[in-house]
Design a protein around this ligand. Structure first.
Ligand code: UT7
Length: 336
């Protein structure tokens, strides 16, 4: 039997795409009983982007994927696997991965959607890494794309101020092992938190009916305060764990890319690991919480702001519905 080569996966391209339409806090003040000050102070969000009604997650997902491919210097036909983490697929089936494959002309790819809520991107990145390092897939697109506005109740001030639409994508492929790539991942789920952040309707347990629509079961439900407590602990602990486990300390981290759910949750994790503001990627002010799109789009913003260098040590951490949470540690390998 031929000896198996050891492969190291890394990110070699990143892209994002957001709708033009901005929903500002001032506009939300006219829709629900809320105040700009409250939203900024409690969440850090100033505005979020929304698609036009009828635009599915595939639309910005395909655009983000095309930008990631261009960044990696690849064509769509170079891709052999497309993984789409999303809670807002165009349809329950077929998979949004299939729709994007067709839109971008990735004629040699297979693909699938996966759902781990706000941790979707981090979980999918580990999926992609495993596929590449096993030698089964050579080049993988991971596309976090969401139309959160499709499942948001714009009469519920508890949730409608939080979420936004958009997409972020990365290319994962084998890199020179000397350049390291993805170093480690720690991933967790705890279904005991399932009822604290969920959408009850539309699945097999509660198919859509006139009653389920009237009961607003097809919108996001969140016990914000409870989720907040778990999120602070989960994000801070797992970020500290992956940094320490791999022999690093706070000052070694060049960029912490947290899931963008709440600025106060991000700051708690930042303090726990001992990071300065300049080490933390923040996009929540302009995009709100875009679920599986938040980490890849934050990476793209960091790249455009010149905050990533060859070999930068990056920690990406998420927490979301499920509960799901996880952290990935990597060296930056994509062109600058
Ligand atoms: O992304 C996946 C994971 N999700 C998260 O990580 C989200 C975690 N949770 C949070 O980020 C926060 O809990 C929220 C931002 C959702 C809420 O902030 P909070 O500081 O936990 O507020 P709260 O829910 O404890 O509400 C405090 C008060 C309440 O009034 P009373 O009961 O004290 O009179 C709410 O009714 O603020 C009120 N409130 C609002 N006031 C103005 C709730 N929403 C609003 C609003 N505008 N939009």
């Amino acid at each position: 039997m031929p000896a198996r080569t050891l492969l190291t996966a890394g990110i070699t391209g990143v892209g994002m795409s957001f709708p033009e339409r901005r929903l500002t806090n001032a506009e939300l003040e006219t829709m629900v009983d809320t105040k700009d000050d409250w939203i900024v102070e409690r969440t850090g969000i100033r505005e979020r982007r929304l698609v036009e009604r009828g635009v599915g997650a595939s639309f910005h997902g395909a655009k983000a994927a095309e930008q990631a491919l261009e960044h990696a210097g690849l064509k769509a036909t170079d891709i052999d696997l497309i993984i789409v983490p999303t809670v807002t697929p165009d349809m329950l089936f077929p998979a949004t991965a299939c729709l994007i494959q067709h839109m971008i002309g990735a004629d040699k790819a297979w693909g699938y959607d996966m759902e781990a809520a706000c941790s979707g991107f981090v979980f999918a990145l580990q999926n992609a890494r495993a596929q590449v390092e096993s030698g089964f897939a050579r080049r993988v697109l991971v596309i976090g794309t969401e139309v959160m506005s499709a499942i948001t109740d714009y009469t519920d001030r508890n949730t409608c101020i939080l979420f936004g639409d958009g997409a972020g994508a990365v290319v994962v492929e084998a890199v020179d092992p000397a350049r390291v790539g993805i170093i480690d991942a720690i991933l967790r789920v705890d279904g005991s938190g399932a009822d604290l952040l969920k959408m009850d309707g539309g699945g097999s347990r509660m198919p859509p009916t006139a009653e389920s629509v009237a009961a607003k079961a097809h919108y996001i439900f969140q016990e914000g305060r409870e989720v907040y407590k778990f999120a602070v602990k989960g994000m801070a602990n797992i970020t500290a764990e992956i940094v320490q486990k791999n022999g690093f300390t706070g000052p070694d981290v060049d960029l912490f890319v947290p899931h963008q759910a709440n600025l106060r949750i991000i700051e708690a994790a930042q303090r726990r690991v001992g990071l300065e503001d300049r080490q933390v990627g923040i996009t929540i002010d302009r995009f709100g919480n875009t679920t599986s799109a938040s980490i890849p789009s934050c990476l793209r913003v960091a790249l455009e702001e010149g905050r990533l260098q060859e070999g930068s040590l990056v920690v990406a951490t998420s927490f979301g519905a499920g509960f799901t949470w996880g952290s990935v540690l990597l060296r930056w390998n994509a062109p600058l």
